[in-house]
Design a protein around this ligand. Structure first.
Ligand SMILES: [Zn+2]
Length: 249
């Protein structure tokens, strides 16, 4: 599968596209389908894979895509099993995302990067991991002195940054160039496999820059705000912050 057909990495707002089936695998419980073009995000970096539909205009049939994942260079769509069987090789299908879910994930993902940016800028704490669902997420930090008071400060600072209508930019840089950016070191860019020659970055202009494969909104105003819903210790140094989105007014 040509990387140019993987639209999620270049246009997070692409929610529907026509693609041709290039491979079908019926050997497992759920049929797996690869298309030459897709809008599905295959999951990764704490962002779950998309869900949605495949539609065949010639006979009106549709299939539910319950998951997606990366397999080698391909994005594989996992279909809900059905008695009528999967589409065929060379079928032209409309690929249609569950957009409400995806857009909530984009807003959540950008909110988590804003949180990382604030915690790094104001407290110098490194992020060690994270995960999200549509509308909520958590991030873990090396943040020994975190407390309830600090969490309230962090929530207010993140909301200030989101309200500042900061642009969010996607860049793809040659490996050497990316490794020369000091800000990227903290996101453990050095853990990326040797073979990767290009590094994709997400920049919240003026706040945060990370190596990242996920989908994001184009401006922080689309996130709305956040509410910190919990924080906990995962050891003496490792602390976890949970947040939920607050819809834009
Ligand atoms: Zn991310």
């Amino acid at each position: 599968m040509d990387p140019a057909g993987q639209l999620c990495y270049v246009d997070a707002y692409a929610r529907r596209v026509e693609g041709r089936v290039v491979a079908v695998d019926e050997s497992g419980e759920a049929p797996l389908v690869v298309l030459d073009t897709t809008v599905f995000y295959p999951g990764g970096g704490g962002q779950p894979a998309d869900r949605g539909l495949l539609l065949r205009a010639t006979d009106g049939r549709s299939w539910t895509v319950r998951a997606a994942r990366k397999s080698g260079r391909d994005i594989v769509h996992e279909l809900e099993p059905s008695d009528e069987g999967p589409p065929s090789r060379d079928d032209v299908l409309t690929v249609d995302l569950d957009w409400a879910r995806r857009f909530a994930l984009m807003r959540t993902h950008t909110a988590l990067h804003a949180l990382c940016g604030v915690v790094w800028r104001d407290y110098g704490a490194l992020v060690t991991g994270g995960n999200m669902e549509p509308g909520s997420g958590r991030m873990d930090f090396e943040f020994e002195r975190m407390s309830g008071d600090l969490v309230a400060e962090i929530e207010a600072a993140v909301n200030t940054e989101l309200a500042a209508r900061r642009d969010v930019r996607v860049n793809v840089l040659p490996r050497d160039e990316a490794f020369a950016i000091p800000d990227l070191i903290r996101t453990k860019i050095n853990l990326l496999p040797e073979g990767i020659q290009e590094i994709r970055t997400i920049e919240i202009v003026g706040l945060d820059l990370q190596a990242d494969g996920g989908t994001h909104v184009a401006n922080t105003s689309e996130v709305g705000g956040i509410k910190v819903t919990g924080y906990e210790s995962k050891g003496r140094i490792n602390k976890r912050i949970r947040l939920e989105l607050v819809d834009p007014a």
